[in-house]
Design a protein around this ligand. Structure first.
Ligand SMILES: O=C(O)COP(=O)(O)O
Ligand SMILES: [Mg+2]
Length: 231
């Protein structure tokens, strides 16, 4: 893979384990709306399609039916206030993430973030990594009209940086990342440790399955990579 110039990273479940903070914010929202708290595992399975869907799934579970527009709007506002407070607190980057990003950056690769998380929460999280300046472009789930699994955010980054999808690698933990990458015509690495609605990322058939993000260094910076090394 020595022709890759650009790597687009998913955020939640790929670079950071954001469920502890999302769980806290969901439960503050539920409490404010008069509902019992949710289990952490439930929240883990609700992540993936942005804040609106996270709130909608939590409300639907609490109500036993889909929320109406007013309930959804009030709950989303409560979630946003709560998450804003905790999003960058006690953040856990997965093992090898910071080192891998630094190595790829040093090797001259362009790095971008394409997350479904609303954009307003993202800069503080990246600042906590100390690596904000390593990312040439950062898109949130509400930066464009479409979010993953639609390919548009990934294609948008390619157009902005003038790098073809064929010279781009997507790295994510969810079928939304794999579907978006395939539809955009780019290769994709699926990480096994994140959130994928409780499903196995291998079922989405990414080009590579890795259980450790440090496998990217081998894949992109050495020619010794063997698929079964990181499966
Ligand atoms: O916010 C979400 O639901 C998922 O975010 P991600 O795209 O960074 O995994
Ligand atoms: Mg993710």
């Amino acid at each position: 893979m020595d022709n890759v110039e650009l790597i687009q990273f998913d955020l939640d479940g790929t670079l950071i384990d954001s469920v502890p903070q999302l769980w806290l914010a969901v439960n503050r929202m539920l409490e404010q709306q008069g509902h019992a708290p949710a289990e952490e595992l439930a929240v883990r399975h609700w992540v993936g399609n942005g804040a609106d869907m996270l709130v909608r799934r939590a409300l639907t579970a609490a109500l036993g039916e889909e929320p109406d527009a007013g309930q959804q709007q009030a709950a989303r506002a409560a979630f946003d206030v709560a998450y804003e407070e905790v999003a960058d607190r006690q953040l856990v980057f997965y093992p090898g993430v910071l080192d891998t990003l630094m190595q790829l950056h040093r090797a001259g690769k362009k790095l971008a973030i394409v997350t479904n998380k609303p954009y307003r929460f993202v800069p503080a999280i990246l600042a906590a990594s100390g690596l904000s300046e390593h990312f040439t472009l950062v898109l949130g789930g509400d930066s464009l009209a479409q979010k993953k699994p639609h390919p548009e955010p990934l294609l948008h980054v390619c157009r902005e940086l003038n790098i073809e999808p064929a010279r781009t690698l997507m790295v994510g933990d969810s079928e939304n990342d794999v579907l978006a990458a395939k539809a955009a015509g780019m290769a994709v690495v699926g990480l096994t440790y994140g959130y994928n609605y409780g499903r196995d990322i291998a079922d989405s058939a990414p080009d590579w399955v890795m259980s450790d993000i440090r496998g990217l260094v081998d894949l992109l910076l050495t020619d010794e990579y063997r698929k079964d090394n990181h499966g």
